[in-house]
Design a protein around this ligand. Structure first.
Ligand SMILES: [Zn+2]
Ligand SMILES: [Zn+2]
Length: 648
């Protein structure tokens, strides 16, 4: 018999050689029907793998990330079989599951695959799936594995196998298809009920542009047709909300090939919006006891050697700038932290003066391969709403609470109400991986968990996910389309205070090391605005949106009155425009709708006579004619309902 420990801690005995599926059946038939993947002693196994020793077992269904991964990886085998049949001579390379679906990289040789081929691929793949073929893993010798792919002329698989150790190589069969694979499959192909090929793109073998270019076939699959339909609807909606498209339409930002890839240029409306976001946070930070600092965009190479960033990122970053005469070396700033450590080092501190909280909207530069760049979410230059807190160990608890308050304020004011937190702590089995004393780690982890509880956060604790230099808390925000974005990390750091020899004088008159906390509620201005655009579809909260109102005179006759309305809105600090072009009101309304202007104020004969404005909300709601002051009050009320003041 073997002892199997289940996730809830219960230990059950099974006969040696029992499979995860058999164990699922012993728990309940319902569970067995839904189990598609399993993890045994921290390794993903097949649901039919015989278990021969004591160990912990987790069973996964479609509702688990690991379940989806197995489902999509298995689907890539099915699609690979279809591709091999439909495009004879196609050489398969690798086919992993990804966040949403899977891909397979294929060398199609003389064939080229495009959208018109998708229906045939989907049709054949579904036929294969319906055959309910079991996925069967079996070991193979290195010689046999090499022989198989050499005879097929598949140099890619040969290269993969050459790097594997004999005795560790496995193949996976289903139907008539065989693939080199480490495992992690669903029980059989029949569970896959819907398959969609999403697109094809070029991809270099092993991501190296000196290698052959392959075709990456992207697909997704589901256990129900209905789920595929819903997913495709979501994709459509995501396309409409793509921040690159909205950013162009709303004239917020642009890119120029002349300036360079991955370097966003903020247009006036976008710059003003950023400014409002910055002011919003600065105001709250001031109340939370932060002080603003300013540091340069470059720093001596030595600075990053001290911080350790050079060792870690040097080769993969922008290369140093050399001064012409002195032979100095400077790096574009990849992080603000080293600069802030030197600000702390500018004078000695006593424990009575801590915490010090230095904040900066600091622009940093990081090299990203051109193929990795994406709108505002993957760029080469971006501005962090960065701050570093230097405090004593005893202050960690209060500081964490303070930062969580600020983060919650930011999320609330911007309409994010669906979020979770993740607390990343040490892996207690590998203490050698972490720097700093065990006592301090315990204190810090306790402080974070304590603060998360005290602030009522919905959080999970992930052990082993902490950085080597300290535990952290991340906010994960779910956007309107149900996608997860990681925002606002609060990171404890024992490493930089050590490397920069930061000290403070304690009550014992001795020098002590402060703890450092890195935090950025937005993360980066660029990525945050991208998220806001996609979350709101461009309909920003009223306090933040570019123009809050547009005045639309119905004819030239009412222009004067429209100007008067505009003036009084401006006097009340409402951001408004006037559209006095010689166009029909219908056309003006359509354009204002396109621009997502929240309020359209239509003025004609009756409005002028009664000193009112006829209000139409973005989206079409007619609010009738009201006095100008009433409109001003309406705007103020709506703003106050989302934008509360911080810590009043
Ligand atoms: Zn596989
Ligand atoms: Zn930092």
């Amino acid at each position: 018999m073997i002892k199997i420990t289940l996730p809830d801690g219960t230990v059950k005995e099974y006969s040696k050689g029992s499979t995860p599926m058999e164990i699922a059946k012993s728990i309940s038939e319902g569970l067995a029907r839904n189990v598609i993947s399993a993890k045994y002693k921290d390794t993903i196994v097949e649901t039919v793998t015989p278990l021969n020793e004591d160990g912990s077992l987790t069973l996964y269904t479609w509702n688990d990330d690991e379940g989806k991964k197995a489902f999509w990886h298995s689907s890539s085998h099915i699609v690979a079989q279809a591709l091999e049949e439909l495009f004879p001579g196609a050489k398969l390379t690798i086919g992993p599951a990804i966040e949403n679906g899977f891909y397979y990289d294929v060398d199609f040789g003389e064939h080229s695959v495009s959208e018109k081929d998708f229906p045939a691929i989907e049709k054949r793949a579904l036929e294969i799936a319906r055959g309910k073929h079991d996925f069967k893993m079996h070991p193979v010798t290195k010689a046999d594995a090499l022989e198989r792919y050499r005879s097929q002329g598949n140099e890619f698989k040969v290269e993969l196998i050459e790097n594997l150790e004999d005795g560790s190589i496995t193949f996976c069969d289903h139907d008539t298809f065989t693939d080199l694979c480490r495992g992690g499959h669903i029980p059989n192909t029949g569970i896959v009920k819907a398959i969609k090929i999403l697109n094809v793109a070029g991809a270099y073998w092993r991501g190296d542009e000196n290698n052959k270019q392959l075709t990456r076939v992207y697909g997704i699959s589901f256990p129900k047709q209905k789920e595929l339909t819903e997913y495709l609807q979501l994709l459509e909606e995501a396309k409409k909300r793509d921040h690159r498209k909205l950013g162009r339409e709303l004239e917020l930002f642009t890119f120029s090939q002349k300036v360079g890839q991955g370097l966003p240029l903020w247009l006036p409306k976008g710059a003003a919006l950023r400014e409002r976001l910055e002011q919003f946070l600065k105001k709250a930070q001031k109340k939370a006891g932060y002080e603003m600092v300013v540091t340069p965009h470059i720093g001596q190479k030595e600075l990053y050697v001290t911080s350790g960033h050079y060792e870690k990122y040097g080769a993969d970053s922008f290369q140093p700038i050399h001064t012409p005469k002195e032979d100095e070396e400077f790096l574009l700033k990849p992080m603000n932290c080293p600069h802030h450590c030197e600000i702390y080092n500018a004078r000695p501190f006593s424990y009575r003066e801590l915490p010090k909280r230095y904040a900066e909207f600091g622009t940093v530069y990081r090299y990203e391969q051109s193929g990795e760049l994406h709108g505002l979410t993957r760029v080469r230059g971006f501005t962090q709403d960065d701050a570093h807190i230097f405090c004593t160990h005893d202050q960690l608890d209060a500081e964490f609470k303070n930062v969580i308050d600020l983060s919650l304020y930011v999320l609330g004011s911007l309409g994010f109400d669906n979020f979770k937190a993740q607390v990343s702590v040490r892996d207690l089995d590998t203490p050698e991986k972490y720097i700093g004393s065990v006592e301090n780690w315990e204190k810090a982890e306790h402080a974070i968990i304590n603060a998360a509880k005290a602030k009522g956060l919905d959080f999970v604790i992930e052990s082993g996910e902490a950085a080597f230099y300290g535990p952290k808390l991340d906010f994960m925000v779910k956007d309107a389309l149900g996608r997860n974005w990681q925002l606002g990390t609060i990171q404890v750091d024992y490493n930089l205070p050590e490397r920069f020899d930061l000290t403070y004088k304690g009550s014992d008159n001795e020098l002590h090391r402060p703890v450092m906390i890195h935090r950025a509620p937005f993360g980066s201005m660029e990525r945050f605005i991208a998220l806001l655009l996609e979350h709101t579809g461009g309909n920003f909260p009223l306090w933040l949106t570019p123009e809050q109102a547009i005045v639309l005179p119905v004819s030239e006759k009412h222009e004067k009155y429209a100007e008067k309305v505009l003036k009084s809105l401006e006097n009340h600090e409402i951001r408004a425009l006037i559209d006095n072009r010689n166009e029909t009101v219908g056309k003006k309304i359509r354009e204002a709708e396109m621009n997502k202007t929240p309020f359209m104020l239509i003025v004609g004969e009756s409005e002028e006579e009664h000193n009112t404005v006829a209000i139409r909300r973005h989206g079409g709601e007619d609010l009738g004619s009201i006095g100008i002051q009433d409109f001003v009050d309406l705007v103020a009320k709506e703003i106050n309902s989302t934008l509360k003041s911080f810590k009043n």
